[in-house]
Design a protein around this ligand. Sequence first.
Ligand SMILES: [Zn+2]
Length: 346
Amino acid sequence: MGSFCGVRPTLCVASGHAQPNGLIFQALENRAEWVTLRAVKPTEQDLLIFDGATGTNLQRLNLPASVWEGKEGCNELLNVTAPEAIQDLHRSFLDAGAQVLETNTFGASRIVLAEYGLENRVAEINAAAVANARAAIAGRPDRWVCGSLGPGTKLPSLGHIEPEKLAIAYREQIIALVEAGVDLLILETCQDLFQIKLGLIACFETLEKLGREIPVLVSVTVERTGTMLVGSDIAAAAVTVEPFPVFAFGLNCATGPTDMTSHIHWLQHNWPRRISVMPNQGLPEIVNGQTAYRLTPNEFARQMKPFVAECGVSIVGGCCGTTPEHIRALTESLRGIKPAARSLET
Ligand SMILES: [Zn+2]
Protein backbone atom coordinates (compact mmCIF):
# COMPACT_ATOMS: atom_id res chain seq x y z
CA MET A 1 0.00 0.00 0.00
CA GLY A 2 2.77 2.40 1.00
CA SER A 3 4.79 1.78 -2.12
CA PHE A 4 1.69 2.08 -4.26
CA CYS A 5 0.97 5.67 -3.33
CA GLY A 6 4.58 6.54 -2.57
CA VAL A 7 6.29 5.42 -5.77
CA ARG A 8 3.78 5.74 -8.53
CA PRO A 9 3.08 9.47 -8.31
CA THR A 10 6.74 10.12 -9.14
CA LEU A 11 6.45 7.95 -12.22
CA CYS A 12 3.26 9.71 -13.18
CA VAL A 13 4.70 13.17 -12.76
CA ALA A 14 7.64 12.17 -14.92
CA SER A 15 5.38 10.67 -17.55
CA GLY A 16 3.17 13.74 -17.57
CA HIS A 17 6.06 15.73 -19.01
CA ALA A 18 7.56 12.98 -21.16
CA GLN A 19 8.35 13.65 -24.80
CA PRO A 20 5.72 12.28 -27.18
CA ASN A 21 6.71 8.83 -28.35
CA GLY A 22 5.77 6.96 -31.51
CA LEU A 23 2.57 5.73 -29.97
CA ILE A 24 1.33 9.25 -29.27
CA PHE A 25 2.16 10.45 -32.81
CA GLN A 26 0.31 7.45 -34.15
CA ALA A 27 -2.70 8.30 -31.99
CA LEU A 28 -2.59 11.94 -33.09
CA GLU A 29 -2.40 10.95 -36.75
CA ASN A 30 -5.46 8.75 -36.33
CA ARG A 31 -7.25 11.66 -34.72
CA ALA A 32 -6.17 14.38 -37.13
CA GLU A 33 -9.76 15.40 -37.72
CA TRP A 34 -10.51 15.41 -34.00
CA VAL A 35 -7.56 17.72 -33.33
CA THR A 36 -8.62 20.22 -36.03
CA LEU A 37 -12.16 20.38 -34.72
CA ARG A 38 -10.95 21.41 -31.28
CA ALA A 39 -8.30 23.92 -32.22
CA VAL A 40 -9.25 26.19 -29.30
CA LYS A 41 -8.38 24.55 -26.02
CA PRO A 42 -10.19 25.03 -22.73
CA THR A 43 -6.77 25.53 -21.13
CA GLU A 44 -6.28 28.69 -23.21
CA GLN A 45 -9.33 30.46 -21.79
CA ASP A 46 -8.58 33.12 -19.16
CA LEU A 47 -11.81 32.27 -17.38
CA LEU A 48 -13.69 28.99 -17.72
CA ILE A 49 -17.35 28.78 -16.69
CA PHE A 50 -18.64 25.33 -15.79
CA ASP A 51 -22.29 24.32 -15.50
CA GLY A 52 -24.34 23.89 -12.31
CA ALA A 53 -25.90 20.97 -10.49
CA THR A 54 -27.02 17.75 -12.12
CA GLY A 55 -28.68 15.74 -9.35
CA THR A 56 -30.89 18.46 -7.85
CA ASN A 57 -32.02 19.64 -11.30
CA LEU A 58 -32.90 16.08 -12.36
CA GLN A 59 -34.97 15.70 -9.17
CA ARG A 60 -37.02 18.75 -10.14
CA LEU A 61 -38.01 17.18 -13.46
CA ASN A 62 -40.27 14.56 -11.84
CA LEU A 63 -39.40 12.03 -14.52
CA PRO A 64 -41.84 9.15 -15.08
CA ALA A 65 -41.19 6.01 -13.03
CA SER A 66 -40.45 4.00 -16.16
CA VAL A 67 -37.12 5.76 -16.83
CA TRP A 68 -35.66 4.41 -13.60
CA GLU A 69 -36.23 0.76 -14.54
CA GLY A 70 -36.57 0.00 -10.84
CA LYS A 71 -33.19 1.68 -10.05
CA GLU A 72 -34.56 4.85 -8.43
CA GLY A 73 -31.75 7.19 -7.44
CA CYS A 74 -29.30 6.05 -10.11
CA ASN A 75 -29.12 9.34 -12.03
CA GLU A 76 -26.45 7.91 -14.30
CA LEU A 77 -28.81 5.30 -15.75
CA LEU A 78 -30.85 8.22 -17.16
CA ASN A 79 -28.05 8.78 -19.70
CA VAL A 80 -29.36 5.62 -21.36
CA THR A 81 -33.07 5.62 -20.46
CA ALA A 82 -33.84 9.36 -20.71
CA PRO A 83 -31.16 10.92 -22.95
CA GLU A 84 -33.46 13.80 -24.00
CA ALA A 85 -33.89 14.91 -20.38
CA ILE A 86 -30.13 14.91 -19.85
CA GLN A 87 -29.49 16.74 -23.11
CA ASP A 88 -32.17 19.34 -22.26
CA LEU A 89 -30.51 20.02 -18.91
CA HIS A 90 -27.10 20.35 -20.60
CA ARG A 91 -28.56 22.71 -23.21
CA SER A 92 -30.15 24.91 -20.55
CA PHE A 93 -26.72 25.39 -18.97
CA LEU A 94 -25.10 26.16 -22.35
CA ASP A 95 -27.84 28.71 -23.07
CA ALA A 96 -27.10 30.27 -19.68
CA GLY A 97 -23.44 30.76 -20.61
CA ALA A 98 -21.66 27.63 -19.40
CA GLN A 99 -18.61 26.79 -21.51
CA VAL A 100 -17.95 23.41 -19.93
CA LEU A 101 -20.53 20.68 -19.38
CA GLU A 102 -19.84 18.03 -16.81
CA THR A 103 -21.00 14.58 -17.84
CA ASN A 104 -23.76 12.96 -15.78
CA THR A 105 -21.28 10.36 -14.51
CA PHE A 106 -20.67 11.41 -10.89
CA GLY A 107 -21.72 7.92 -9.71
CA ALA A 108 -20.87 5.98 -12.87
CA SER A 109 -18.01 3.94 -11.44
CA ARG A 110 -18.35 0.20 -11.01
CA ILE A 111 -18.49 0.63 -7.21
CA VAL A 112 -21.53 2.93 -7.14
CA LEU A 113 -23.29 1.24 -10.06
CA ALA A 114 -22.94 -2.11 -8.22
CA GLU A 115 -25.37 -0.75 -5.63
CA TYR A 116 -27.98 -0.89 -8.40
CA GLY A 117 -26.78 -4.13 -9.98
CA LEU A 118 -25.42 -2.12 -12.95
CA GLU A 119 -21.69 -2.78 -12.47
CA ASN A 120 -21.39 -4.42 -15.88
CA ARG A 121 -22.64 -1.31 -17.72
CA VAL A 122 -19.81 1.14 -16.86
CA ALA A 123 -18.60 1.62 -20.43
CA GLU A 124 -22.10 1.93 -21.87
CA ILE A 125 -23.34 4.44 -19.28
CA ASN A 126 -20.23 6.64 -19.44
CA ALA A 127 -20.22 6.62 -23.25
CA ALA A 128 -23.91 7.57 -23.31
CA ALA A 129 -23.22 10.43 -20.90
CA VAL A 130 -20.46 11.86 -23.10
CA ALA A 131 -22.67 11.46 -26.18
CA ASN A 132 -25.48 13.38 -24.43
CA ALA A 133 -23.18 16.28 -23.56
CA ARG A 134 -21.75 16.33 -27.08
CA ALA A 135 -25.26 16.24 -28.58
CA ALA A 136 -26.28 19.24 -26.46
CA ILE A 137 -23.21 21.20 -27.63
CA ALA A 138 -24.16 20.32 -31.21
CA GLY A 139 -21.19 22.03 -32.79
CA ARG A 140 -21.36 25.29 -30.74
CA PRO A 141 -17.79 26.64 -30.76
CA ASP A 142 -15.63 26.85 -27.64
CA ARG A 143 -17.74 24.50 -25.57
CA TRP A 144 -16.20 21.46 -23.91
CA VAL A 145 -17.14 18.23 -22.18
CA CYS A 146 -15.61 17.41 -18.82
CA GLY A 147 -15.83 13.84 -17.55
CA SER A 148 -17.05 13.85 -13.94
CA LEU A 149 -15.50 11.36 -11.53
CA GLY A 150 -17.23 11.40 -8.14
CA PRO A 151 -15.80 10.10 -4.86
CA GLY A 152 -18.07 7.08 -4.80
CA THR A 153 -19.61 5.88 -1.60
CA LYS A 154 -16.61 4.12 -0.04
CA LEU A 155 -13.55 5.91 1.32
CA PRO A 156 -10.23 4.03 1.39
CA SER A 157 -8.81 5.93 4.41
CA LEU A 158 -11.75 4.70 6.47
CA GLY A 159 -11.27 1.12 5.30
CA HIS A 160 -14.54 1.05 3.35
CA ILE A 161 -12.78 -0.32 0.29
CA GLU A 162 -9.46 -1.89 -0.66
CA PRO A 163 -7.25 0.64 -2.47
CA GLU A 164 -6.65 -1.66 -5.45
CA LYS A 165 -10.37 -2.13 -6.00
CA LEU A 166 -10.91 1.62 -5.99
CA ALA A 167 -8.00 2.12 -8.42
CA ILE A 168 -9.43 -0.50 -10.79
CA ALA A 169 -12.83 1.22 -10.71
CA TYR A 170 -11.26 4.63 -11.42
CA ARG A 171 -9.24 3.21 -14.34
CA GLU A 172 -12.28 1.57 -15.87
CA GLN A 173 -14.38 4.75 -15.72
CA ILE A 174 -11.52 6.96 -16.95
CA ILE A 175 -10.95 4.70 -19.97
CA ALA A 176 -14.68 4.80 -20.77
CA LEU A 177 -14.83 8.61 -20.54
CA VAL A 178 -11.62 9.22 -22.49
CA GLU A 179 -12.47 6.76 -25.24
CA ALA A 180 -15.90 8.42 -25.54
CA GLY A 181 -14.09 11.72 -26.22
CA VAL A 182 -14.10 13.99 -23.15
CA ASP A 183 -12.03 17.20 -23.36
CA LEU A 184 -11.25 17.40 -19.62
CA LEU A 185 -11.56 15.22 -16.53
CA ILE A 186 -12.50 16.29 -13.01
CA LEU A 187 -12.06 14.34 -9.79
CA GLU A 188 -14.65 16.14 -7.72
CA THR A 189 -16.21 16.23 -4.28
CA CYS A 190 -13.02 14.61 -2.97
CA GLN A 191 -13.14 13.94 0.76
CA ASP A 192 -10.18 11.66 1.35
CA LEU A 193 -6.53 12.33 0.45
CA PHE A 194 -5.80 8.65 -0.15
CA GLN A 195 -8.72 8.54 -2.57
CA ILE A 196 -7.32 11.61 -4.39
CA LYS A 197 -3.93 9.92 -4.80
CA LEU A 198 -5.49 6.73 -6.12
CA GLY A 199 -7.69 8.70 -8.51
CA LEU A 200 -4.83 10.83 -9.82
CA ILE A 201 -2.51 7.87 -10.28
CA ALA A 202 -5.29 6.11 -12.19
CA CYS A 203 -5.86 9.24 -14.32
CA PHE A 204 -2.29 9.90 -15.36
CA GLU A 205 -1.35 6.24 -15.85
CA THR A 206 -4.43 5.67 -17.98
CA LEU A 207 -3.89 8.80 -20.07
CA GLU A 208 -0.29 7.76 -20.66
CA LYS A 209 -1.35 4.27 -21.73
CA LEU A 210 -3.96 5.71 -24.08
CA GLY A 211 -1.43 8.21 -25.43
CA ARG A 212 -3.67 11.14 -24.57
CA GLU A 213 -3.07 14.46 -22.84
CA ILE A 214 -6.26 15.74 -21.25
CA PRO A 215 -6.40 18.47 -18.59
CA VAL A 216 -7.26 17.01 -15.19
CA LEU A 217 -8.92 19.04 -12.42
CA VAL A 218 -9.15 18.09 -8.76
CA SER A 219 -11.82 19.56 -6.53
CA VAL A 220 -12.12 18.90 -2.80
CA THR A 221 -15.10 19.29 -0.54
CA VAL A 222 -14.40 21.19 2.66
CA GLU A 223 -17.13 20.96 5.26
CA ARG A 224 -18.23 23.92 7.33
CA THR A 225 -15.93 22.67 10.08
CA GLY A 226 -13.03 23.81 7.87
CA THR A 227 -11.83 20.32 7.00
CA MET A 228 -12.64 17.52 4.59
CA LEU A 229 -14.73 14.58 5.79
CA VAL A 230 -11.67 12.68 7.02
CA GLY A 231 -10.19 15.73 8.78
CA SER A 232 -7.65 17.16 6.29
CA ASP A 233 -7.52 20.88 5.60
CA ILE A 234 -7.05 22.67 2.29
CA ALA A 235 -3.26 22.93 2.77
CA ALA A 236 -2.92 19.16 3.26
CA ALA A 237 -5.03 18.55 0.17
CA ALA A 238 -2.95 20.99 -1.89
CA VAL A 239 0.30 19.30 -0.82
CA THR A 240 -1.18 15.95 -1.88
CA VAL A 241 -2.22 17.19 -5.31
CA GLU A 242 0.77 19.44 -6.07
CA PRO A 243 3.19 16.70 -7.33
CA PHE A 244 0.73 15.66 -10.05
CA PRO A 245 0.53 17.61 -13.33
CA VAL A 246 -3.05 18.73 -12.72
CA PHE A 247 -4.52 21.66 -14.64
CA ALA A 248 -6.44 23.08 -11.68
CA PHE A 249 -7.27 22.54 -8.03
CA GLY A 250 -10.12 23.94 -5.98
CA LEU A 251 -13.32 23.42 -4.04
CA ASN A 252 -16.84 22.24 -4.72
CA CYS A 253 -19.99 21.31 -2.80
CA ALA A 254 -20.74 21.33 0.98
CA THR A 255 -21.27 25.09 1.38
CA GLY A 256 -22.16 28.25 -0.48
CA PRO A 257 -19.48 30.64 -1.74
CA THR A 258 -18.93 32.70 1.43
CA ASP A 259 -17.93 29.72 3.58
CA MET A 260 -15.19 28.97 1.04
CA THR A 261 -13.56 32.40 1.35
CA SER A 262 -10.73 31.56 3.77
CA HIS A 263 -9.76 28.45 1.75
CA ILE A 264 -9.72 30.43 -1.47
CA HIS A 265 -7.54 33.10 0.12
CA TRP A 266 -5.11 30.34 1.12
CA LEU A 267 -5.06 28.95 -2.42
CA GLN A 268 -4.69 32.45 -3.88
CA HIS A 269 -1.37 32.85 -2.06
CA ASN A 270 -0.12 29.27 -2.04
CA TRP A 271 -1.42 27.21 -4.97
CA PRO A 272 0.73 27.78 -8.08
CA ARG A 273 -1.71 26.73 -10.79
CA ARG A 274 -5.34 27.52 -11.65
CA ILE A 275 -8.01 27.60 -8.93
CA SER A 276 -11.57 26.33 -9.40
CA VAL A 277 -14.60 27.19 -7.25
CA MET A 278 -17.98 25.46 -7.62
CA PRO A 279 -20.07 25.98 -4.47
CA ASN A 280 -23.57 24.83 -3.63
CA GLN A 281 -26.55 27.15 -3.82
CA GLY A 282 -25.76 28.12 -0.24
CA LEU A 283 -25.75 25.86 2.78
CA PRO A 284 -28.35 23.12 2.52
CA GLU A 285 -31.31 23.36 4.90
CA ILE A 286 -33.82 20.67 5.76
CA VAL A 287 -37.38 21.85 5.06
CA ASN A 288 -40.24 19.36 5.57
CA GLY A 289 -37.76 16.50 5.47
CA GLN A 290 -36.33 17.66 2.11
CA THR A 291 -32.97 19.29 1.42
CA ALA A 292 -33.45 22.89 0.28
CA TYR A 293 -30.99 25.43 -1.10
CA ARG A 294 -31.84 29.10 -0.81
CA LEU A 295 -29.25 31.36 -2.43
CA THR A 296 -30.81 33.39 -5.26
CA PRO A 297 -29.03 33.55 -8.63
CA ASN A 298 -28.05 37.20 -8.09
CA GLU A 299 -26.77 36.59 -4.58
CA PHE A 300 -24.80 33.54 -5.76
CA ALA A 301 -23.21 35.65 -8.51
CA ARG A 302 -22.52 38.54 -6.10
CA GLN A 303 -20.69 36.22 -3.69
CA MET A 304 -18.71 34.54 -6.49
CA LYS A 305 -17.49 37.66 -8.33
CA PRO A 306 -14.74 38.71 -5.89
CA PHE A 307 -13.17 35.25 -6.08
CA VAL A 308 -12.40 35.97 -9.73
CA ALA A 309 -11.94 39.74 -9.65
CA GLU A 310 -9.86 39.85 -6.43
CA CYS A 311 -8.52 36.35 -5.70
CA GLY A 312 -7.59 35.23 -9.21
CA VAL A 313 -9.90 32.23 -9.39
CA SER A 314 -10.14 31.29 -13.07
CA ILE A 315 -12.60 28.38 -13.14
CA VAL A 316 -16.11 28.81 -11.75
CA GLY A 317 -19.37 26.89 -11.74
CA GLY A 318 -21.99 25.57 -9.37
CA CYS A 319 -22.67 22.44 -7.35
CA CYS A 320 -25.78 21.15 -5.54
CA GLY A 321 -28.86 23.30 -6.02
CA THR A 322 -27.44 25.64 -8.65
CA THR A 323 -29.77 26.04 -11.63
CA PRO A 324 -29.21 27.41 -15.12
CA GLU A 325 -30.39 30.76 -13.71
CA HIS A 326 -27.50 30.72 -11.23
CA ILE A 327 -25.04 30.10 -14.07
CA ARG A 328 -26.70 32.84 -16.14
CA ALA A 329 -26.35 35.37 -13.29
CA LEU A 330 -22.75 34.23 -12.73
CA THR A 331 -21.88 34.56 -16.42
CA GLU A 332 -23.40 38.04 -16.60
CA SER A 333 -21.68 39.26 -13.46
CA LEU A 334 -18.31 38.12 -14.81
CA ARG A 335 -18.67 39.59 -18.30
CA GLY A 336 -15.54 41.55 -19.16
CA ILE A 337 -13.78 40.53 -15.94
CA LYS A 338 -10.39 38.86 -16.01
CA PRO A 339 -9.10 36.81 -13.11
CA ALA A 340 -6.94 39.01 -10.87
CA ALA A 341 -3.18 38.52 -11.04
CA ARG A 342 -1.87 36.53 -8.07
CA SER A 343 1.40 36.65 -6.19
CA LEU A 344 2.44 33.51 -4.38
CA GLU A 345 3.96 33.50 -0.92
CA THR A 346 7.36 31.89 -1.01
ZN1 LIG B 1 -22.67 19.46 -4.41
